[in-house]
Design a protein around this ligand. Structure first.
Ligand SMILES: *Cc1c(COP(=O)(O)O)cnc(C)c1O
Ligand code: SF4
Length: 357
């Protein structure tokens, strides 16, 4: 059996298994027993946890917490609202649409790691929302909608599917003349780097009319290892670009030092930061949420001007009407007919002529 399948088969998803790998606290033990939820991760990702510290950023993303029950701000039926599933346009369950030219195509509800902060928690983690993930129905819809040029394959985690299934999806999408690009959203380079096998590389590699892009999710520098670096390099060798979509998580990556280290370390293993998401108001994840301004402040204080420009992600909030940028708004201090006054990351001022239209 391939190493990645073994990782999934030996998934750490019971208290007994977890206890063989870390020193579980009474509070963690109680939460695991009390919550009706799917949880767990690969032995590989669990091995990156601190054995003794319950504040470990990887532990907090993986082990259920009683705080998940303290839902004050979470929007009920969040995913239905967020993914515009409650609109006039009839679409298969597998298709989420917020834009004219691109869609998110949900092909599985399985993941290698069940992130506690997942915005798809209702579908993927708590599983009180059931959707039909019929690939054929989704492909048919895409074929019939000629305005769709970009398909974002998501889940769950689509790289949990077999090589054959991934190959089938790519081939079928490439047969559609209006499809210009295919994207995969997968956390496997971080939580299951063993997944980037030579078999999968064969499926992904090559020069094609329709390129493949991968976006992964890495939230803390501790998640980046030699194995991940190798997996990313192998993807790049196949002609697949690798970006990152981090989630801003309270107590995990919302301080200047961690935020900067995360983005620098991503670049050091050739992952280009793409988005940092504000943690969405899905039910049961209030405890991960910061004030909205936090991400913009971190970009101002940790990234822009402080490190390589390539390390800079776009800070956005994903909403039911699409992603909305929440970048720092300190740049333009003043403006008159003649000139703009601009401020840099250190608070220094400069002027630029105002060219009127
Ligand atoms: C995030 C998302 C996309 C892709 O957005 P980009 O800004 O192009 O990365 C497309 N459709 C849906 C429904 C999404 O949630
Ligand atoms: S990998 Fe993505 S879809 Fe799966 S639990 Fe984590 S955030 Fe949710």
């Amino acid at each position: 059996m391939e190493a990645w399948m073994e990782q999934l088969q030996e998934s750490v998803d019971t208290l007994d298994r977890l206890k063989t790998m870390i020193n579980v606290t009474a509070e963690e033990e109680y939460a695991i027993a009390a919550l009706k939820t799917r949880w767990g991760s690969t032995p590989y990702f669990v091995s990156l946890m601190d054995r003794d510290d319950p504040g470990c950023p990887i532990r907090k993303q993986v082990i259920p917490s009683l705080k998940e029950k303290e839902n004050v701000h979470g929007i009920p039926n969040y995913l239905i609202w967020k993914e515009n599933r409650d609109t006039e346009e009839i679409r298969p369950d597998s298709i989420a649409r917020q834009y004219n030219d691109r869609i998110a195509f949900t092909v599985t509800d399985m993941c290698a790691n069940y992130c506690r902060h997942c915005f798809r928690k209702e579908l993927v983690v708590d599983r009180d929302l059931k959707l039909r993930m019929d690939v054929e129905e989704g492909l048919r819809w895409i074929r019939e909608h000629e305005e769709i040029r970009d398909v974002l394959i998501t889940g769950g985690d689509p790289f949990i599917l077999s090589d054959d299934k991934i190959d089938y999806l790519i081939r079928k999408l490439r047969e559609i003349p209006h499809i210009e690009m295919i994207r995969f959203g997968t956390r496997t380079p971080i939580v299951l780097p063993q997944r980037i096998t030579t078999g999968l590389q064969r499926v992904l590699e090559g020069f094609h009319r329709v390129p493949i892009w991968v976006n992964t999710q890495c939230n803390h520098p501790k998640e980046i290892t030699e194995e991940t670096a190798r997996a990313v390099y192998d993807l790049l060798r196949c002609g697949v670009n690798v970006g990152n979509q981090a989630v801003l998580l309270k107590g995990i990556n919302d301080d200047v030092q961690t935020f900067k280290a995360l983005h620098q370390k991503l670049l050091s293993i050739r992952i280009r930061p793409y988005y940092v998401f504000y943690c969405e108001p899905a039910p049961g994840i209030d405890h991960f949420r910061t004030p909205v301004e936090k991400g913009a402040e971190l970009i101002r204080d940790a990234i822009r001007g402080h490190t390589t420009g390539l390390a800079q992600p776009m800070y956005v909030i994903a909403t039911n009407i699409g992603k909305i940028p929440l970048m720092p708004d300190y740049y333009i201090v003043d403006k008159d007919e003649k000139e703009y006054t601009l401020r840099n990351y250190q608070g220094k001022l400069t002027r630029m002529p105002n060219i009127q239209e």
